[in-house]
Ligand binder design. Structure first.
Ligand SMILES: NC(=O)c1ccc[n+]([C@@H]2O[C@H](COP(=O)([O-])OP(=O)(O)OC[C@H]3O[C@@H](n4cnc5c(N)ncnc54)[C@H](OP(=O)(O)O)[C@@H]3O)[C@@H](O)[C@H]2O)c1
Length: 173
């Protein structure tokens, strides 16, 4: 099962400020929507509450929570990332996409094999952050730059990272 995390953050890894994403980048949103089409999606309970009504047919919304009382249209709640992976697999999905927010990215980072990260070229003074990455663990495979223009207040760069495979060695040292 491929586990991918997709996020947009500023140069200080800020994801949001005051409960909302403080930029409007239509080309990045279009990429996000396209990538999420037809996939199992894992959202933290707070992010899911902000995104109600956003999910489309063919997607499987899974909501990470320690509670149990939520009703998730077309999906269900999960108590762990592992449970989300199992549920997605059992329902025939080949990829689970983690769509945030900060706590949920932190919980899923250890099992993710791919990151699709948009770096917004600015500093917005955020209050929710993407976890720090160990550059030894991740390799950039694609990079697309988008300049600021009338529709995009900030320039941004979308990068696809894949987790590096550490080859086992026979020689212990
Ligand atoms: N820029 C971006 O790409 C992006 C993407 C997504 C979201 N966001 C922003 O991120 C913010 C929300 O992020 P957030 O960190 O506050 O919240 P979040 O990750 O969306 O949701 C947090 C909730 O998820 C549940 N949870 C988290 N870790 C868990 C674990 N290990 N086990 C079980 N349940 C767990 C808990 O739900 P319960 O309290 O129900 O137990 C927790 O309160 C929003 O402002 C949103 O706009 C930005």
């Amino acid at each position: 099962m491929q586990v991918t995390m997709i996020a947009a953050m500023d140069e200080e890894r800020a994801l949001s400020r005051g409960g909302r994403v403080p930029w409007d980048l239509p080309a990045d949103v279009a990429m996000f929507r396209g990538y999420c089409e037809g996939k199992a999606l894992l959202a933290g309970r707070r992010t899911w509450e902000q995104m109600r009504g956003w999910f489309r047919a063919g997607q499987l919304p899974l909501v990470l929570t320690r509670g149990s009382g939520l009703e998730v249209l077309g999906g269900r709640v999960v108590g762990t990332v592992g449970e989300a992976v199992r549920e997605a697999r059992e329902r025939g999905y080949g990829e689970l996409v983690v769509i945030g927010g900060g706590e949920t990215y932190g919980a899923a980072l250890g099992v993710a094999g791919r990151l699709i990260l948009t770096e917004v070229h600015g500093r917005v003074g955020g209050d929710v952050f993407f976890p720090a990455l160990d550059p030894c663990e991740w390799e950039v495979k694609d990079e697309v730059h988008h300049a600021a223009d009338e529709a995009h207040e900030f320039a941004f760069t979308i990068r696809r990272f894949e987790r590096r495979v550490i080859e086992p060695t026979d020689d212990p040292l």
